[in-house]
Design a protein around this ligand. Structure first.
Ligand SMILES: Cc1cc2nc3c(=O)[nH]c(=O)nc-3n(C[C@H](O)[C@H](O)[C@H](O)COP(=O)(O)OP(=O)(O)OC[C@H]3O[C@@H](n4cnc5c(N)ncnc54)[C@H](O)[C@@H]3O)c2cc1C
Length: 481
């Protein structure tokens, strides 16, 4: 079937409101947080329920047209966009926005995949519960996308990644069959864990149409501080001390380097220095208590006192109001936003290493980047409590943008290779998408790649679902052959 004919077929299934094909209507679907697709989108299909998703999948398989699932389009890996040369149907879940149920006895929420993370966080809080997933893209990203990318973010140190929140998934397979509704069980050892396989599969194995999420008790108290430290090693010493004293109440432990902060201040055209004396590294430490019987303030103060006495801290500031807490988070979140909005190219990385090796990772990367491109600026920030430091790279002053772009692959690869040599990963939370397939092939063994291909082939033999992302059935990478 010619690509254009699918538009008519999809209109028969979804009605006119369910299909967007005019160029002006496609503009917002042509980008994610980093990438842009100039063409390649035949239309956007917007089903209203799971049965319609199934019909769209069946129609695209029959027509031999690739289908790219799409949530909020906030991903960093180009996963929700066509590859160059492809002609695809985008399957947007943005009309599927029902919260199906909230059970406050079993503490489970069941929601359609198109709900935004923020909507679900608010719905949980309204029932005095917490959804333990949060990140800077919460307002626009969908829960389906968060599950498909196994999103991480700010509270992984306490609650784990998206995977750790998911009790069950409803999905549509490439043959159109529906597996659902999502299981809401806390315990289930019945055979292979399909749910875990789908989490992080980036739309290549199935379309997620609904999710059952574990809820937690809502915090009753929170304490937040920004702390100046000399080095990433001091930050980790502080992390250990904080966990010794506060236990699992530690809910966020974020690191910001001086160059990353300066970049943020310059972008925002406002210097929001949080401490009297600018420190080379800042930590954002947050702890939350879910019990009124814990004296969180006293425990938090003890962390600050002991770290000051032990010479771990240069300086610190404790939030004394919600506004101050927000501005501390704005300091951290503003770095990611500034990197996204920069007018010039920024090399972005998303590696993780075993937590204890983070300081070694930072120093090795800094010296290797200095050797490869003198004058470039490593701008590190991120979730150091998870070993996930985004070691982004800013161009040397006066280097033409095009020239820096041309060095981008070499610089990212250097960062990834150092992470791998320390037992780390090339993708901590952003996924593989279209940009990191080669990096994945460098990281995994032949056996692991073979298994991934076999799974893809078993679930999507025609290669209709998001082809060319994560693993590619049409080519074999060097390390597999
Ligand atoms: C300012 C900012 C800060 C961010 N901070 C973080 C952070 O700290 N940690 C983090 O992990 N992420 C972060 N993100 C990235 C982003 O929000 C996540 O990648 C998010 O999980 C993607 O969700 P989405 O709905 O936007 O998915 P999209 O971008 O639309 O899609 C992402 C991938 O998921 C697939 N997909 C989407 N929906 C479905 C579905 N229903 N079924 C099957 N496959 C699907 C797509 O095909 C694609 O491969 C941030 C983003 C922004 C803008």
């Amino acid at each position: 079937m010619p690509a254009a004919a699918i538009v008519g077929t999809l209109r028969e299934i979804l009605g006119d409101a369910g299909v967007l094909a005019e160029p002006a209507d496609l503009v917002t679907y042509r980008r994610d947080s980093v990438h842009r697709a100039e063409g390649g989108i035949v239309c956007v299909a917007r089903p209203a329920d799971t049965r319609q998703v199934s019909s769209v999948v069946t129609a695209c398989v029959a027509a031999g047209i690739p289908l790219v699932p799409r949530g909020g389009g906030t991903g960093f890996a180009g996963g929700a966009l066509p590859l160059a040369g492809q002609r695809v149907v985008l399957l947007s879940l943005d009309r599927m926005r029902n919260i199906r149920s909230i059970d406050t006895v079993g503490d489970v929420m069941v929601a359609d995949a198109g709900c935004t993370l923020y909507e679900l966080q608010q719905a949980a809080l309204a029932k005095n519960r917490l959804l333990g997933l949060d990140h800077g893209g919460a307002g626009s990203s969908s829960i389906g996308g968060n599950v498909a990318t196994n999103a991480g973010g700010n509270n992984v140190v306490r609650y784990g990644m998206a995977r750790n929140q998911v009790l069950g998934i409803e999905l549509v397979l490439a043959d159109g069959s529906i597996v659902g509704p999502p299981a809401v069980l806390r315990k289930c050892n019945a055979g292979y864990d399909l749910r875990s396989l789908i989490v992080g599969s980036e739309g290549t194995l199935a379309v997620v149409t609904a999710v059952a999420l574990e809820l937690r008790p809502a915090p009753v108290a929170a304490a937040t501080a920004v702390l100046g430290v000399e080095s990433p090693q001091k930050a980790l010493d502080l992390f250990r001390l904080a966990r010794e004293i506060l236990g699992e109440a530690v809910s966020a432990f974020e690191l910001m380097s001086r160059p990353a902060l300066e970049f943020h201040f310059a972008h925002a055209k406002a210097r929001r220095e949080p401490l009297g004396r600018p420190a080379p590294w800042l930590v954002l430490l947050e702890a939350e208590s879910t019990s009124r019987f814990m004296d969180l303030d006293a425990a938090f103060q003890s962390v600050l006192d002991r770290s000051m006495e032990g010479g771990l801290l240069l300086d610190g500031s404790l939030a004394s109001s919600i506004a101050q807490r927000r501005s501390m988070w704005a300091l951290r979140e503003g770095i990611a936003v500034a990197m996204g909005e920069a007018r010039f190219h920024v090399v972005r990385t998303d590696t993780a290493v075993p937590v204890a090796r983070s300081p070694e990772f930072v120093s090795r990367v800094e010296s290797e980047l200095g050797r490869l491109l003198p004058g470039c600026v490593p701008a590190a920030f991120g979730h150091v409590g998870d070993g996930n430091i985004h070691l982004n790279v800013l161009p040397p002053q006066d280097m033409p943008d095009r020239e820096f772009r041309d060095r981008s692959g070499e610089l990212s690869r250097a960062v990834e290779d150092i992470a791998l040599s320390l037992g780390g990963t090339v993708s901590a939370e952003h996924g593989i998408g279209q940009g990191k397939r080669d990096a994945l092939a460098r990281m995994l063994s032949r056996a692991e790649l073979r298994i991934m291909r076999a799974i893809k082939h078993a679930l999507d033999p025609a290669g209709t679902l998001n082809p060319g992302k994560v693993v590619d059935l049409s080519t074999r990478s060097e390390s597999e052959s």
